[in-house]
Design a protein around this ligand. Structure first.
Ligand code: COA
Length: 393
């Protein structure tokens, strides 16, 4: 008989520590998210996405010279192969943008002579390439699927500004550039969530950076992970007016459904990122001439928390998706690009984790992931499997 292994429940690995990491930490009880020793609230207030990329990949905040260098590297890597653009043009316009992003990754590998190079310096270069190029792929796809010509990257612009420029085809408003840069910082890393674990699991086999990032994008595409911000916006649209918020909450809770954007598997306070995104959502709404979605969100937060307390006797808190939805919507970004926006930021965290997984940034050295499962199927014989030939079945 098979040896019993523990735990035997379908735990989803909750509460199981599978590795050590120096990349980030979430202190759920205190509402703190920390990238390599720095609070994300400080990073969002005082750094750019490029600085955070340097922090995650090189384990330190850059000095001025290093910042200039990482910016140059990212800028130099923004272009994507013409063959990839041609391939995107063959995809149906209703292809899911997360599928497009995921499909682009192995194609980028095919055009990278260093794809299979296993040394650490090459891995860092591949990380920079992926961070730079995924933004270009996403912007190009948005243009192509809406019948427009992809916009070439502008080397004079930083990462956030250049992405919005490639997406919309015109120089973006400076406030929106700042908001998007902050959003990129806030979404860049979040410890061992499902997609990061997927990346690390693939990396643990010594597969290359592109294979790991492709797996991570697939993981992020699920509605329980990267898809929640879209669901928040759909919910806001369903509510439609502030005076319908209370009735909506009651209906949803009566039916045992979820209020999207509330609750978190790790935080036992408001998600620190939500408090940074909220004022930006408000301002972006004002710039767009429509604060309705932000207004509904604030009332929903207040009334949702109160209803939850009254019904269940427990507190519930806002998560990162609650206000990013109305922010992105006010910026004029299509709903189905919300999760891909998450991906083009989180790729910085994924690649940092892949490097750590493969080059042992934290002791003890990582090993090949190989969990066990408990077999609950049948054995065909009394002591062992008895094969039944085809004509006897
Ligand atoms: C994130 C999430 C999966 C965490 O769930 P969890 O770990 O079960 O959270 P808790 O243990 O605190 O839940 C306690 C109770 O509140 C309920 N609950 C949690 N979040 C809820 C929400 N947003 N709306 C309604 N009920 C909710 C749970 O179902 C559970 O109910 P029960 O005691 O009757 O089983 C959950 O809060 C959720 O689905 N939120 C909405 C989706 C979302 O915004 N996801 C993005 C996360 S970043």
């Amino acid at each position: 008989m098979q040896e019993e292994c523990k735990p035997t429940m379908n735990t989803g690995l909750r509460g199981v520590t599978v590795a050590s990491t120096k990349v980030s930490d979430v202190i759920g009880a205190e509402g703190k998210l920390i990238y390599r020793g720095y609070l994300v609230t400080d990073l969002a207030a005082r750094t750019s996405f490029e600085e955070v990329v340097h922090l995650l990949l090189h384990e330190k905040l850059p000095d001025k010279e290093e910042l200039e260098h990482i910016k140059q590297q990212l800028t130099a890597e923004r272009h994507i192969p013409g063959a990839l653009i041609d391939a995107l043009k063959t995809c149906p316009s209703d292809s899911l943008p997360m599928d497009i992003l995921q499909a682009a990754v192995p194609m980028l590998a095919n055009h990278d002579p260093e794809a299979a190079d296993q040394n650490k310096e090459a891995a860092v270069r591949k990380a920079v390439r992926l961070i730079a190029k995924l933004a270009t792929v996403l912007a190009a796809w948005e243009r192509i699927r809406t019948g427009k010509t992809p916009v070439s990257p502008d080397p004079a612009m930083d990462h956030a500004e250049n992405f919005l420029y490639m997406l919309f085809g015109e120089k973006p408003d400076s406030d929106l550039v700042h908001f998007f840069d902050v959003a990129l910082v806030l979404h860049a890393e979040h410890s061992f969530n499902a997609s990061t674990f997927a990346a690390r699991e693939v990396a643990s086999t010594r597969a290359h950076m592109y294979a790991a990032v492709s797996a991570a994008i697939g993981s992020l595409s699920g509605e329980l992970h990267g898809g929640a911000n879209v669901r928040v916006m759909q919910m806001l649209k369903e509510i439609d007016t502030v005076d319908r918020v209370k009735a909506y909450i009651n209906t949803v809770l009566d039916e045992g459904r979820l209020i999207m954007g509330l609750g978190h598997a790790v935080y036992q306070t408001d998600d620190p990122r939500a408090h940074i995104l909220a004022p930006m959502a408000k301002r972006a709404g004002e710039l767009a001439g429509e604060t309705k979605w932000y207004d509904i969100s604030t009332v929903l937060e207040k009334e949702g928390k109160a209803a939850f307390k009254a019904r269940k006797g427990i507190d519930i808190y806002v998560n990162v998706d609650f206000y990013s939805a109305s922010l992105y919507y006010a910026m004029g970004i299509a709903l189905d690009l919300f999760s891909p926006l998450f991906a083009i930021s989180r790729v910085a965290g994924w690649t940092a984790h892949v490097i750590e997984e493969q080059y042992a940034g934290a002791a003890p050295k990582p090993t090949l992931y190989r969990p066990q499962s408990k077999y609950v199927g049948e054995y065909c014989g009394p002591d062992e499997c008895r094969f039944v030939p085809l004509d006897e079945r």
